[in-house]
Design a protein around this ligand. Sequence first.
Ligand SMILES: C[S@@+](CC[C@H](N)C(=O)[O-])C[C@H]1O[C@@H](n2cnc3c(N)ncnc32)[C@H](O)[C@@H]1O
Length: 233
Amino acid sequence: MQRPELINSFLSLFDQPRYLEIGVEKGLTFKEIKADWRVGVDPQPKFEDESFLGEDFEMFRIPSDKYFADHVEIGKPFDVAFIDGLHTAEQTLRDFTNVMSFTKNDAVVIIDDIRPANWCEALHLDLWLKVVPMTDGSYTGWTGDVFKLLYLIETFFPSIEMRISAEAPNQVICWKRTKSRLIEKPFASRLYEIATAQYPQFLLSKQNFTTSSLESIIGEYKQSCAEWAASGR
Ligand SMILES: C[S@@+](CC[C@H](N)C(=O)[O-])C[C@H]1O[C@@H](n2cnc3c(N)ncnc32)[C@H](O)[C@@H]1O
């Protein structure tokens, strides 16, 4: 399943949904998004003319940190956000916490690139820039160490639910729980384990992050929405 289809399947659950995308690049996902209002944030999108993106959107040509500091509209929280900006664990963590602050209780946050395909893709930016020119040219992708968000959310965000769908395993789908979950057997419980994790740790951790069908994930998400509605918060 392509990214727009995954994202639209959650947007379709909202009335007049508001959508945020961090990291827009060529607009391949952004232009396919069905929402009443879309906000895109990218310091260097790969287009000048925005007309192909349709209507009812605003594009901020700045880094996400600056967007959240100076431009986000506090009274207009997002329903669905897609985080696909700078692929470092540090920036993605900051994007994630910022997004959580500017979304509703029943919001869905989807993070891209949590599944590196090989050791080179999973390298942190500094190392990747040095190592890629030394390879035979077969390593083209770069997820960076965004996979560490799985460990960070699992261990340090107990009020966040996260699921990975079998149809779109490169993205993690998150939403806010009404109550925290118990942290039972996290893959990495210490900060240094997360900080130093590389591709082998990602492979070893895969069994902690199993996939399920998108249909069942949407069912769980709807149950959470019902709990939020019943809580009166
Ligand atoms: C993988 S591309 C995004 C692809 C797009 N979401 C899609 O689905 O077609 C990553 C983009 O993140 C942007 N980016 C890099 N640093 C960023 C930052 N600090 N804030 C927002 N976007 C950033 C890059 O300019 C690049 O265009």
